[in-house]
Design a protein around this ligand. Structure first.
Ligand code: ZN
Ligand code: ZN
Length: 364
C-alpha cells in the first residue's frame, strides 16, 4: 500500500510505496478503508520537523489524523460496526501509567503524564494510507447522509469539546447558563474557527468572527451565510470590535496567536469564559498589561480555559452537529473544503496550504 510519510532523519517528505497492509488480529478490531484525510496546521508542523515522533523502530511517521473511513472487515466480537458502515477514528490513545486517572478512564485527551500516543502525530502511524486496523472502541459511527463532508468531524470535535466544557464551567454561575442569550467571539477564520462558529450559532450564540483578512474573502462569506458577523482586525481594533459586539460571554480562540489572544482577553465581558484552542510557536516573551487582565479576571468573575483533542462525547456531538449544519447551511459546510488532492500530491497542501480546508482523497 501507499502511505504519505515524513522522514525526520533526512527532513524529507515522501510516499512510502510498500507500506505493509495491516491484519485484523484482535476480535475487537475493525479494518477500515480510508476515504479521505484532512490536512491541518499540525501536519504542517510535523512536516517542518518541529513536532511529531515516528513509532519506535520506524524512521518515518505516516501522516494524517483527521480521517474518514469505511469499515471493510470486523473482528468476531465487534457488534457496533458492519462492513460498509462509515466511521471516524479518534486520534489519541491512552498512556500506560496506572496512576493516570484520565487515561484509565479512557480520556487520554486529559492525559496527565504526557506519555499518550496519537495517530499520525505521536509514535503511531496516521491515516494517510489505504487500509488501517483500529480497535472498535476508538471508532465513531457516521451516517451516510454526511459522507461527502464527514472528514470535517475531527476538526469540529475541538469546538464540541470546548462547548461541552463551557456548559460545565459556566454552571458555576448562580443561574441557568443556557437560559439567556450569549454573545460569542471567535478568533480566527480557518477551519477550526469556522466550524466553531457554526457550532456556536447552532447552539444559539450570537457569533462574531474576528480575523485578520479583510472582506471580501471566502471565510467571511461562510460566516455571513450562517448568520454570524465578520470583523477584520485590520479594520477594527480589539476595543472597537468589543464595543461593536457588546458584553462578550465567550471567546473561542482558534488562531494560535498568543499576542492577539491575550489582547482580546482584556475585553472579555462580565462572568465571561475564554477558551484557548490554538498552539502557538515559541516566539519568545512579549509585553502585556497584566494589571488590566488580572483586575478584569477578578472583578468580573472571568474564567480562562485551555482545551486540546477530544473524547468520545465530543465526537458524538460533532457527528450530530455536522448533520444539523448540513441541514441548515449545506453550501456553507461544503465551502469549507477548498482543496482536494491525491495521496501522491500530499506534500502540496501540507507544505503550501491555500484556501480553507484541504483534504487528501484516498478512496471513494
Ligand atoms: Zn488536525
Ligand atoms: Zn495518561
Amino acid at each position: 500500500m501507499k502511505a504519505a510519510a515524513v522522514f525526520p532523519g533526512t527532513k524529507t517528505l515522501g510516499v512510502v510505496k510498500d507500506f505493509a497492509e495491516p491484519k485484523l488480529t484482535s476480535p475487537t478490531g475493525v479494518k477500515l478503508r480510508i476515504l479521505s484525510v484532512g490536512v491541518c496546521g499540525t501536519d504542517r508542523e510535523i512536516a517542518s520537523f518541529v513536532y511529531g515522533t515516528p513509532p519506535d523502530g520506524s524512521d518515518y511517521l505516516v501522516l494524517g489524523h483527521e480521517a474518514f473511513a469505511e469499515v471493510v472487515e470486523v473482528g468476531a466480537a465487534v457488534t457496533d460496526f458492519r462492513p460498509g458502515d462509515l466511521a471516524i477514528p479518534m486520534v489519541r490513545r491512552p498512556c500506560a501509567a496506572p496512576g493516570c486517572v484520565a487515561c484509565r478512564a479512557e480520556r487520554p485527551d486529559f492525559c496527565m503524564t504526557g506519555e499518550y500516543t496519537e495517530r499520525g502525530i505521536m509514535k503511531m502511524h496516521g491515516f494517510m494510507t489505504d487500509l488501517v486496523v483500529e480497535e472498535a472502541r476508538y471508532l465513531n459511527a457516521v451516517p451516510a447522509a454526511i459522507r461527502d463532508v464527514g472528514v470535517l468531524v475531527e476538526p469540529l470535535t475541538i469546538a464540541e469539546k470546548a462547548l461541552l466544557e463551557a456548559v460545565k464551567v459556566q454552571s458555576r454561575l448562580p443561574w441557568e447558563f443556557s437560559a439567556y442569550p450569549h454573545r460569542a467571539v471567535v478568533l480566527g477564520a480557518g477551519p477550526v474557527g469556522l466550524l466553531g462558529a457554526m457550532a456556536l450559532v447552532n447552539h444559539g450564540y450570537a457569533v462574531t468572527v474576528y480575523s485578520l483578512e479583510r472582506e471580501p474573502n471566502a471565510s467571511a462569506e461562510i460566516v455571513k451565510a450562517i448568520g454570524g458577523k465578520y470583523i477584520s482586525s485590520q479594520d477594527r481594533t480589539v476595543e472597537q470590535m468589543a464595543a461593536e459586539v457588546g458584553a462578550i460571554d465567550l471567546v473561542y480562540e482558534a488562531t494560535g496567536a498568543s499576542k492577539l489572544a491575550f489582547d482580546v482577553l482584556r475585553v472579555l465581558g462580565p462572568n465571561g469564559l475564554y477558551v484557548l484552542t490554538g498552539v502557538p510557536g515559541r516566539h519568545g516573551p512579549t509585553e502585556f498589561d497584566t494589571d488590566t487582565i488580572m483586575r478584569n479576571l477578578v472583578l468580573h468573575n472571568q474564567c480562562v480555559m485551555g482545551t486540546v483533542n477530544a473524547g468520545k462525547d465530543a465526537f458524538e456531538h460533532a457527528i450530530a452537529d455536522l448533520q444539523a449544519f448540513d441541514a441548515k447551511w449545506p453550501a456553507a459546510v461544503r465551502a469549507l473544503i477548498t482543496g482536494r488532492f491525491g495521496i501522491d500530491d500530499f506534500a502540496t497542501p501540507v507544505l503550501h496550504p491555500k484556501g480553507i480546508k484541504n483534504i487528501i482523497e484516498i478512496a471513494h
